[in-house]
Design a protein around this ligand. Structure first.
Ligand code: SF4
Length: 256
């Protein structure tokens, strides 16, 4: 039953590829409050999107199954990913993220609108510790923990190739580190502290697949960008460093 509290644990463990995982994830209804919110938002809609058929389901990760760099945030936005069905697609935060990936040569286009816009990511997978849009962008600790097996399994399935993770924001930092442990990485205690530009190298528990470097970056939220807490240059720098650490070719803009 997709409504069972332990559905994420059981279904994630059975998944052998990211595609299989995504197929199970989109049927998940394990958090009653979030299911109600994502569907209510889709019924009411924002006036600007009244002609849209909202996705209104868990939003899966996006990008190739052999990505070298993963990017995690917090959760899909009610009228962004919850509307379009793709992480960071349809809101200002995503506009900046994908435009920056494009600038670095890691995405096929700078503007994204919907699942049919033709976006491809090169060596990058964008995902989230919570897969359903929460009210006020705040999942409860119970919802956060219930959703964790999806991210843990996704990162585990990506582990043969993934070498860097960029975490957007303090919430994502804590939840992603918690998911990396069951994904097979040694996470030190106390856990490394979040900050913009923070970087920590995690060793694999079983010695396989090489180390993983986790980078902290302020979230690409509208508020952070409007207040100047996160500038496009700051985001570009963290993404470029993480991509280079993962061995991806990066296009650096000419110095001014
Ligand atoms: Fe399932 Fe995660 Fe959505 Fe909860 S937040 S219903 S665990 S996908």
């Amino acid at each position: 039953m997709c409504t069972a509290e332990d559905y994420p644990v059981r279904a994630a463990a059975r998944s052998r590829t990211p595609a299989e995982l995504d197929g199970r994830l989109v049927t998940c209804r394990a958090c009653p409050r979030l299911v109600e919110w994502r569907e209510e938002t889709a019924r009411i809609k924002r006036p600007a999107f009244r002609d849209w058929e909202y996705w209104a389901r868990p939003v899966p990760g996006f990008g190739p199954p052999d990505a070298s760099l993963a990017i995690t945030g917090l959760a899909p936005a009610a009228h962004g990913g919850n509307r379009t069905g793709r992480m960071f697609t349809g809101d200002r935060a995503g506009d900046l993220l994908y435009a920056t990936l494009y600038e670095l040569g890691l995405a096929s286009r700078s503007t994204v609108t919907d699942l049919a816009d033709g976006l491809e990511l090169y060596g990058v997978r964008v995902t989230s510790p919570v897969h359903c849009a929460p009210p006020a962008n705040r999942p409860t600790p119970g919802e956060r923990d219930r959703c964790r097996p999806w991210l843990a399994r996704e990162l585990q399935l990506l582990r043969p190739t993934v070498r860097s993770v960029v975490v957007l924001g303090g919430f994502g930092w804590q939840t992603t580190l918690a998911a990396l442990e069951p994904a097979g990485l040694r996470v030190p205690r106390p856990r490394p502290v979040f900050g913009h530009g923070a970087r920590t190298v995690l060793e694999p528990a079983d010695g396989a697949d090489g180390p993983l470097t986790v980078f902290g970056c302020y979230h690409v939220s509208q508020r952070n960008v409007f207040t100047g807490r996160l500038t496009p240059a700051m985001l570009r720098e963290v993404l470029a460093e993480a991509a280079e650490t993962a061995g991806l070719p990066v296009v650096r803009p000419d110095p001014e």
